[in-house]
Design a protein around this ligand. Sequence first.
Ligand code: SAM
Length: 305
Amino acid sequence: MTLVSFAHPTISKIGDKHWFHEINDSFPGQSFGLEVVRILHHSQSAFQDILVFESATFGNVLVLNGIVQCTEKDEFAYQELITHVPVMCHEKPAKVLVIGGGDCGVVRELVKHLEDGVEEIVMVEIDRAVIDLSIKYLPNMAKFHNHPKVKIVIEDGFKFLERLSSLEDSGKYDVIITDSSDPEGPAQEFFDTGYYGLLKNALKPDGIVAMQSSENIWLNLPYLCDLLNKTSQVFSNVEYCQCYMPSYTSGQLGLVIASPAKSRDLKNPVKNFDDRKDLFKYYNSKVHEASFVLPTWAANALEKR
Ligand code: SAM
């Protein structure tokens, strides 16, 4: 008989079952839990604690530093929104850069746009181990990691962007997606004006950025106001949208979508693939528009910020 180990600080035995709980100072007083069938992998890489487990109801789950990054059950909602909102608002998103994104889910979604303008996809991920583990345990997410149009760079995204500071206009990106972990560990710098300045510098004047906001309207509205204010110091056109994500704390995740071009419409796509039913599972043009509509109390707070 093989002994199955459940040894990890986030996993505890309750009754006769093992449960993962996401307990973090960023989400005080609440915790998302999943029943664990077995641990598939646990290691400490040079950058973070990496846990992959098989859950009873959400498929395989990737956890970095104790925080859920994705589950096989609901990953498509986040990957599709963070990818298709910026790409569908751009007439020709030829050059796309992804910062982070080690599970390769955003890359999978970008590959869907090779026929409508995307020519080059570059992903800059700090931790090779996340990519390798995703190929092994999240194969549907990582299936295009070696696609000929995808270039993967293993480097700190912040440093990569710093190196681009002398970039000619022709080398700049049309869309940059920051698919990072939360603001602790190696992703800390992604939530401040220094990073937004680097993004703007690497972006064409009419380009679009999309960034995960790490919080949502239920968890920490003042933090979101602050984040949007910081983004507005660098970009003249800043919007906030959100998607349902049962496996992220409070069940939602927000994205900051921004552009240096004030006239660019970020809330309405310029393309419509609604008749291609096989392409997207979460995204469609109505979802795009609706994702920017917030409940009254949250909309008021963000407007007054
Ligand atoms: N969808 C997820 C979420 O919202 O939590 C993020 C998924 S993806 C796995 C996050 C990736 O960002 C991780 O693979 C992590 O290694 C990477 N990352 C963190 N800091 C980074 C940095 N400084 N440069 C490049 N990648 C970074």
